[in-house]
Design a protein around this ligand. Structure first.
Ligand SMILES: Cc1ncc(COP(=O)(O)O)c(C=O)c1O
Length: 439
């Protein structure tokens, strides 16, 4: 299929009364949800038929979470993988597994998700902001500059489907003796220079919430390569203790007498996750192909620059991020594209300025900006061991590159079920609108 030659009316922007490129909404983002089908139903039904929704024991346990973990390890080469109840829980578990707490700071990028900061603060440590670069991920140069005497770990967040300069980030961590946690919540199935995400640091975490590359409604995975760490992770995700082979609590090992988070994965989530994980390469393959087809068709357009992707082969493709010369042109670009029909159904998020991207930006997280606490004593900000961070600021202005990208970038979600025609319409709409941009 090729692009049709436009008529004069079709050339006029829909924003100015011309004919829109399309009127049908694009499909919802929500990559995995579109693929839920007979395979998911069969496995979930198996759990229900067996009346055994708990992973550790039951009337007739089906071991869905076990199988999900095993297939995840096999697919991505992890030594250890543990299903948990969410990505947020996975982050908290990772922090505690590494024994982070008061007196420690964890370096995080300013383009992230609220859960990243929440996990650091709830474990009693202090988040230290690091700028991003044109990859929209941690800038390893700024990371090196921000390391201080209290720095203990780096939370490297692979944002919007693809890692940034991961090898350089890893090198900075190694050179400075910092633990590296990879937040792969938005990059299930991604890799960097041939190695799957989650294997570049000490611990990796994934999320299987509805917006992610695959979903089990709510769920996550924690991966690591070290057995001692894994035993802590297992205890922390449960009740703080190990379990016997029969699935009963085992309080005998002094190394795993901890405080658990109650974040086990249910067999229902495990069944759904297992079926989705088997489809993950197809889901990400579809998004990656569509995204790069659109991007390549528009490469070189004056006024439009694309996010730097250091390793396109490892991209999972759910977002196309573009940067415009200024905020006014970003606003114009998005309004004009929406008018051309580049929009999803009501309630979905297909095409937006990144100023509309909420708590993905550090200064849009009120509890961070105002250093809120879950307890009356102001913990962890008030903890004596955290006095070093007294003057840390989280208001806009702390990270110049983040602030700049936030102001003038736009985001197009790439649904996992875009048809050929959908892709052509997106390209056509962007080509129609782009000449109005000022480079
Ligand atoms: C980067 C990042 N980290 C962590 C999370 C938390 O995952 P969940 O929603 O499963 O708790 C998310 C998802 O919302 C995320 O995007």
């Amino acid at each position: 299929m090729t692009l049709a030659t436009p008529t004069r009316d079709a050339m006029k922007l829909a924003l100015n009364g011309g004919t829109p490129v399309r009127t049908e909404p694009l499909p919802w983002e929500l990559p995995g949800a579109h693929w839920i089908g007979a395979e998911e139903r069969a496995l979930v039904d198996q759990v229900l038929q067996a009346r055994s929704p708990f992973r550790y024991y039951g009337l007739d346990a089906q071991h869905m979470v076990d199988t999900f973990e095993k297939e995840w390890r096999d697919a991505y080469g992890h030594k250890f993988a543990l299903g948990v109840s969410s990505g947020t829980a996975a982050l908290s578990i990772a922090m505690s597994a590494l024994e982070l707490g008061p007196g420690d700071e964890v370096l995080v990028p300013g383009y992230l998700w609220v859960s990243c900061v929440s996990a650091i603060v709830r474990c009693g440590a202090i988040p230290k902001l690091v700028d991003v670069d044109s990859t929209f991920c941690l800038d390893p140069d700024d990371l090196a500059r921000k390391i201080g005497s209290h720095s203990r770990a780096v939370l490297c967040v692979h944002m919007s489907g693809v890692p940034g300069r991961l090898d350089e980030i890893q090198a900075v961590c190694k050179a400075n003796g910092l633990a590296l946690i990879e937040d792969c919540a938005q990059t299930a199935g991604a890799s960097f220079k041939g190695l799957p995400v989650g294997r570049h640091g000490d611990i990796g975490i994934f999320s299987f919430q509805l917006n992610k590359n695959m979903t089990c409604g709510e769920g996550g995975m924690v991966v690591c390569e070290d057995e001692k760490l894994y035993r802590r992770i297992v205890a922390l995700h449960d009740l703080g203790y190990a379990r016997t082979p029969a699935g009963r609590l085992d309080t005998s090992d002094p190394n795993v007498q901890l405080w658990g988070q109650g974040a086990r994965m249910s067999e229902l989530a495990g069944a759904l996750g297992l079926a989705q994980a088997r489809k993950l390469p197809q889901i990400t393959g579809a998004m990656r192909r569509a995204k790069w087809r659109i991007r390549e068709a528009l490469e070189g357009t004056p006024g439009l620059s694309f996010r730097r992707v250091p390793d396109p082969a490892g991209d999972t493709g759910p977002f196309l991020l573009m940067t415009l010369p200024d905020a006014a042109q970003a606003d114009f670009f998005v309004s004009a594209l929406r008018a051309e029909g580049i929009a999803g159904p009501a309630g979905s998020l297909a095409c937006l300025t990144m100023r509309e991207w909420g708590m993905h930006w550090y200064f849009n997280i009120p509890s961070l900006v105002h250093k809120r606490s879950n307890s009356r004593d102001g913990f962890p900000w008030s903890h004596p061991a955290n006095q070093f961070a007294e003057n840390y600021e989280y208001t806009q202005g702390a990270l110049p590159v983040c602030d700049d990208l936030h102001t003038r970038s736009v985001l197009l979600t790439i649904a996992s079920t875009l048809s050929d025609q959908d892709i052509l319409d997106i390209i056509e709409a962007m080509r129609k609108v782009a000449p109005e941009l000022k480079a």
